[in-house]
Write a protein that binds this ligand. Structure first.
Ligand SMILES: *Cc1c(COP(=O)(O)O)cnc(C)c1O
Length: 461
């Protein structure tokens, strides 16, 4: 057909709006978005014609293009992905998944008015922190607690409250960077505290702290080196020694414990990570940790310790800018409730369950997924093999969790190409490449997503 004829035959928007397919979309999508998608679709066909890319088209083709475009527009930018990488606390993929009670609590609280800052006993203004403070005190053994936006904010608040224009003494071995954006020295600068670095990268002694204490010292700070280990000729001052020194000199000891596990993982065969309860028991004045790492809750920063210090923080104006929102608070409360019984926590908090679930369980699950995949596609080879999952999130950096994974091989795609294709799936599947092999680690995959993965491979077969 002639170009000019093809152009003339392009349907008008008004005309397309009368099509049942389009009209039906108006039930669920705003009219402006539908009209815009129609216009863009027609424009696209006009360009195709002008650049001699097509010689004919039907109205059905145009409607199909329109529906594809609309679906793209309607899908959220922020959406579900499948973590097949086997990194449990994957910071890029949203860290910890919420447990059931946490989810339910969020929905109940935000779908209704709530007592966020209302004291129902007294019938007057209340504190948003009250909803979790008792629970945190109970599970950690601390005298007082409060929560802010994240652990970076918690560290900043503590230093700003206790150490503004004063000196914070910290070991050179603990000046850590976490995830590229959190650097202890930078956070300290923002807080107004002056950093006094002591010792060396690998060795710091008690006398290093003692020798640097003066009338302007605000805190003794200990940062848990959560994402790396220094091995070999090393020496670090124990918390006990630091607490004793702080007590003698009347200087608060602050610990950023990072991941903040409430469970002693050494009971389950892992190397011992310091727990929050241990730090409190040892007499540390203030401890901060994250809500969405080993705790397995929402993004939050938890500050616990001596009541006099926590009260000061609650009064600090900075708290207003760092404050936690109601959805997070609801999720945190729901998560913390499980910790009243450790078995419940391990069973129900996804992060904990994933870390502690057994290799034998994942062997069975990997076999099930492999079967599904083999049933769906012909041009891939799937192999069950032993491998390791990682905790991630800068937690337990040296811990390798034995597991079973599926290796996927294809003649058609290189590992890199396959990784990309799976990532571009409608529900993105994020795998890991190790030793130039595509690996699917079932530890971080839900059974309910096995079919989605099989479908994703099916489209590539
Ligand atoms: C992860 C981490 C932080 C930052 O915590 P966020 O909750 O991500 O803000 C701070 N300190 C340490 C030691 C950490 O491991």
């Amino acid at each position: 057909m002639e170009k000019s004829q093809l152009l003339r035959n392009l349907p008008k928007i008004d005309e397309l709006l009368k099509e049942p397919i389009v009209n039906n979309e108006l039930n669920s999508t705003m009219r402006t978005i539908v009209v815009e998608a129609l216009r863009e679709t027609i424009d696209k066909y006009r360009e195709f014609i002008l650049s001699n890319n097509i010689e004919e088209y039907s109205k059905e083709d145009i409607l199909k293009s329109f529906l594809e475009l609309l679906e793209q527009r309607n899908s959220s930018r922020f959406r579900k992905v499948i973590n097949a990488a086997g990194v449990i606390i994957h910071t890029n993929l949203g860290r910890s998944l919420l447990a059931k009670k946490a989810l339910d609590n969020v929905v109940n609280v935000v779908d209704n008015y709530n007592n966020l800052e209302y004291d129902l006993k007294k019938g007057q203004r209340g504190s948003r922190y009250s909803h979790v403070e008792e629970l945190i005190k109970k599970v950690t053994g601390a005298e007082a607690a409060m929560v802010v936006n994240n652990n970076a904010a918690a560290v900043m608040l503590v230093l700003n409250t206790l150490c503004k224009d004063k000196e914070a003494i910290v070991s050179r071995g603990q000046l850590v960077e976490i995830g590229g954006s959190f650097r202890i020295p930078d956070v300290m600068n923002f807080s107004g505290a002056k950093l006094v670095e002591i010792g060396t990268t690998n060795r710091t002694h008690l006398y290093d702290y003692d020798n640097n204490i003066n009338e302007n010292t605000g805190v003794l700070l200990k940062v848990h080196t959560s994402n790396f280990k220094i091995l070999g000729f090393t020496e670090d001052v124990s918390l006990e020694e630091l607490v004793q020194l702080g007590g003698e000199k009347k200087i608060p000891v602050v610990e950023d414990i990072g991941s903040g596990t409430l469970i002693d993982f050494s009971k389950y065969g892992f190397t011992h990570e310091p727990t929050v309860q241990e730090s409190i028991k040892k007499g540390v004045d203030v401890v901060t940790f994250s809500g969405d790492k080993m705790l397995g809750g929402p993004q939050a920063g938890i500050v616990i310790g001596k009541k006099e210090y926590i009260d000061k923080m609650k009064r600090n104006q900075l708290t207003r800018a760092l404050r936690i929102d109601k959805m997070t608070l609801a999720a945190l409360e729901g998560t913390l409730k499980y910790y009243l019984d450790e078995r419940e926590a391990i069973e129900n908090i996804p992060t904990l369950h994933m870390i502690l679930s057994q290799k034998s369980e994942h062997k069975k699950r990997a076999q099930k997924l492999k079967k599904k995949l083999q049933g769906r596609v012909k041009n891939f080879k799937f192999t069950l093999q032993e491998d390791y999952s990682m905790v991630g999130g800068g937690s337990m950096p040296t811990e390798k969790i034995q597991t079973y994974v599926i290796k996927a091989e294809s003649n058609k795609f290189s590992p890199q190409e396959l990784e990309k294709r799976l990532r571009e799936n409608k529900i993105p599947v994020i795998i890991r490449i190790s030793n130039n092999e595509v690996i699917l680690d079932v530890r971080t995959i839900f059974d309910k997503d096995f079919d989605v993965i099989a479908d994703a491979f099916g489209l590539l077969d």
